[in-house]
Design a protein around this ligand. Structure first.
Ligand code: FAD
Ligand code: SF4
Ligand code: SF4
Length: 428
């Protein structure tokens, strides 16, 4: 292993979604040295996978673009992608993180011209689109990826595809001998901003996600609407490509449930309200959105957004926890079964497409976190003195929307800065 990089006056930020980027930039713009680690080939996290985001329904590129400009302009941040922390040892003001870095097989010469992609034949599931389509073995995570640098999938290394890619590259950017590396990074404080992942919908057996093609998740729905996504932005059914004009949204799918996630994921009510506007945007007055809910949790100023959606004649609210979904084999329609708790009617309602408002599960390894920290029953990192100078930011600390994740990340940056000021004797 190489000698340690950075010093104990550095802040280490793990995860470069909106929260990690915010924490890193806030600290760097206060003059602190920051190392920002990201596990995937590019930054932006799950926000970059949204089609639009509430409350203003702007495209994620807007918010991310500002942060990317700040990141590019700030010499205090050192970004390392394809990086994962395996161990952290030490104490507040003096930590050492062991980090493993996977090879990208593409160096800084890359101009993102895409020639390598043209000649590579092997295709793999596209993780960025939640595996709804395929991508080539030489790829850019998304059009707005930062760094704008291609990646070779390790599964093509040693195959003729890798050789073809290398030959196609006019910029000498492909290095097939690149090896995995292990780095030691010194830091005075660590901000853990690894965010969340969608709960595994296949575990909610009565909803048939793994059996019924026209049952999808809310994160997949976001990708479907993106003009650069798997359907080119068309709102159609996976089974037959038919226009999906009548869409049902099932709330609390995997959340507030003893058998799955016990916490309220907080975002999914707003996410479904937002997604009804996508159906309206596509099909106008012919659109029909039905929200099956227990209770709608729209927080603070987002209440206005809820009222706006409620007043739309194409949107219907059914107060009910859906019991099960079956499939009409002839039409491909999913049929929702349950009891409407307002009128106590039994229903069996067919829809073109069903969207599960899937729960948010923290991406915090409960067993095997690289250093001892307090993790609560839902898997989020607790703010606790015993954590020393390991601070959670964004959805590693709770299920939060972007606005709250950014505020939380800024607070974490401030805590980390205070530790560094103590280390460097700036306090007092
Ligand atoms: C369906 C849906 C729609 C939503 N729509 C909206 C909306 O319209 N408006 C809104 O405000 N919010 C919305 N949200 C919430 C929004 O996605 C979150 O607020 C946001 O993603 C939080 O950002 P984050 O940086 O905390 O986490 P993430 O976006 O999850 O970023 C975490 C980053 O850490 C990286 N990482 C993970 N593990 C490691 C590791 N071990 N080492 C290094 N890096 C790691 C990940 O690759 C990722 O880049 C929505 C959520 C859902 C489920
Ligand atoms: S690796 Fe080479 S061929 Fe591929 S996108 Fe980059 S510069 Fe172009
Ligand atoms: S935010 Fe809404 S859909 Fe999500 S878990 Fe809470 S109540 Fe259920």
């Amino acid at each position: 292993m190489a000698d340690a990089i950075a010093t104990n006056e550095t802040i280490l930020v793990v995860g470069a979604g909106i929260s990690g980027m915010t924490a890193a930039l806030e600290a760097a713009e206060c003059g602190k040295q920051v190392v920002l680690l990201e596990k995937s080939p590019s930054v932006g996290g799950r926000v970059s996978q949204l089609y639009r985001y509430f409350p203003k329904l702007c495209y994620p590129i807007c918010g991310l673009e500002i942060n990317l400009r700040r990141l590019k302009a700030n010499k205090n941040v050192r970004l390392i992608t394809l990086a994962d922390v395996t161990r952290i040892s030490g104490e507040p003001g003096d930590y050492t993180a062991e980090v493993s870095i996977s090879p990208r097989y593409v160096n800084e010469n890359c101009t993102a011209c895409g020639e390598c992609k043209q000649v590579v034949e092997a295709e793999f599931d596209n993780e960025f689109n939640y595996n709804l389509n395929k991508r080539k073995g030489a790829y850019l995570t998304s059009n707005m990826a930062f760094p704008q640098r291609y990646v070779l999938d390790p599964r093509i290394i040693g195959t003729t595809d890798a050789d073809k890619a290398k030959q196609a590259c006019k910029y000498d950017a492909i290095d097939l001998d690149m090896q995995a590396q292990t780095l030691k990074i010194k830091a005075g404080a660590v901000i853990w901003a690894t965010g969340w992942r969608p709960y595994d919908a296949a575990k909610i057996q009565p909803y048939g996600y793994d059996r019924i093609q026209n049952v999808i998740t809310s994160v997949e729905f976001e990708r479907m609407l993106d003009p650069f996504g798997p359907t080119g932005g068309k709102l159609v059914r996976p089974s037959d490509g038919k226009e999906a004009k009548d869409v049902a949204f099932i709330q609390c799918a995997g959340s507030r449930d003893r058998n799955h996630l016990t916490h309220c994921s907080r975002i999914c009510c707003m996410a479904s309200l937002k997604q009804t506007t996508y159906v309206r945007e596509h099909y106008g007055d012919e659109a029909k959105s039905s929200i099956y809910y227990i209770d709608i949790r729209a927080i603070d100023r987002l209440e206005d957004f809820y009222q706006k959606v409620k007043n739309d004649s194409t949107t219907h609210f059914i107060k009910s926890k859906v019991a099960s979904i079956t499939e009409d084999k002839e039409t491909g329609n999913p049929i929702l079964h349950g009891v409407d708790t307002e009128g106590y009617h039994r229903y069996s309602n067919p829809h073109d497409l069903v969207v599960l408002a899937i729960g948010m599960e923290p991406s915090v390894p409960r067993d095997g976190f690289p250093i001892e920290v307090k993790i609560n029953d839902s898997g989020f990192i607790e703010a606790d003195e015993s954590n020393g100078a390991i601070f959670a930011a964004g959805c590693a600390s709770d299920a939060l929307d972007v606005n709250r994740a950014v505020q939380n990340a800024t607070a974490s940056a401030l805590r980390a800065i205070q530790v560094i000021n103590r280390v460097s004797g700036m306090e007092g």
